[in-house]
Design a protein around this ligand. Structure first.
Ligand code: SF4
Ligand code: SF4
Length: 283
């Protein structure tokens, strides 16, 4: 089963939820947790574990100026502005290249080949015998995190239960993370911004036809508007995590509150069982 934890905006406590959720489930069965927030991965801060690392690369063009007649077709073709053809020189801006491979195909002189450029890495860390953490990391300044997300997802293939922590928002990296999943948990908070962004995130999962439910984090009990929206959108609210001093204190130390507060382990595992019932999966 593939469960994605997403949120329409940053700062809702999505990663904290993901870490506690995965850790609690892993007390009863094997779990792989995948950090797909590749621009700012932070789940590794919750777990101390040695890790292995593999590079993520993208193919980029290489120009053979011996064969090239500077016709300019590759520059005209590249919609990302990565190629500028001058009378006797080609300028290539590798950070703008999206690795579509089109310039190589359209070159009439077969003057373009490909090489690989490293854009990020995937860390693989066995936290303990039941929990494994895979982290996608996009190198600083790189514009396209999709290949790193794909590589992190691939590294988790073949496991029965995978929980993916998506990046905040509703842009392409989130869609890439959500695609192919069985269920999405939308983490929100009951503020005007939280509700606005929950609406956007709910629309994305509705369009992708993936079942979803909501967790309200830092609830102060004033959740009427969020509850009304969820009713209207047909989204069940699975859980409310209260605005609680002890939870906040533990989180500020980078601790998992479900470790120090075992009643939450049970609640997170019940949430997982509920998702299993809804998706027809086995707990
Ligand atoms: S399309 Fe090929 S031949 Fe034309 S400028 Fe580009 S590399 Fe050179
Ligand atoms: S591979 Fe695609 S994106 Fe990259 S330079 Fe060629 S046409 Fe542009």
């Amino acid at each position: 089963m593939k469960i994605v934890v997403a949120s329409g905006k940053g700062g809702t406590g999505k990663s904290t939820f993901s870490a506690n959720f995965a850790w609690s489930i892993s007390r009863g069965r094997d779990v792989v947790l995948v950090d797909c927030d590749v621009e700012e991965p932070n789940l590794h801060l919750f777990f101390s574990a040695g890790k292995s690392e593999s590079g993520v690369t993208m193919p980029i063009p290489v120009f053979d100026t011996g064969k090239c007649d500077f016709c300019g077709k590759c520059g005209e073709f590249c919609r990302y502005g990565a190629i500028a053809v001058l009378p006797e020189k080609i300028m290539f801006f590798d950070d703008l290249c999206h690795s579509c491979g089109g310039c190589r195909i359209i070159c009439p002189k077969e003057a373009i080949s490909e090489t690989e450029r490293v854009i990020g890495k995937v860390w693989d860390a066995p936290v303990d015998e039941h929990l494994r953490l895979i982290t996608g990391v996009l190198d600083e300044g790189e514009p396209n995190g999709i290949p790193v997300i794909k590589a992190a997802k691939e590294a988790a293939e073949g496991n029965d239960l995978v929980i993916y922590d998506a990046s905040p928002g509703t842009a392409c990296p989130v869609i890439e993370t959500i695609e192919g999943s069985d269920y999405v948990v939308l983490v929100t908070e009951s503020t005007p911004f939280g509700l606005h962004d929950l609406r956007l995130a709910a629309e994305v999962v509705r369009k992708l036809c993936i079942p979803a439910g909501v967790v309200i984090n830092r609830s102060d009990g004033e959740d009427d508007e969020t509850e009304a929206f969820c009713r209207e959108a047909g989204l069940d609210i699975h859980m409310k995590i209260p605005f609680d001093r002890e939870i906040a204190r533990l989180q500020s130390r980078g601790d998992l509150f479900s470790v120090a507060m075992p009643e939450w382990q049970e609640r997170f595992f019940e949430l997982f069982e509920d998702i299993c019932i809804r998706t027809g999966g086995a707990p």
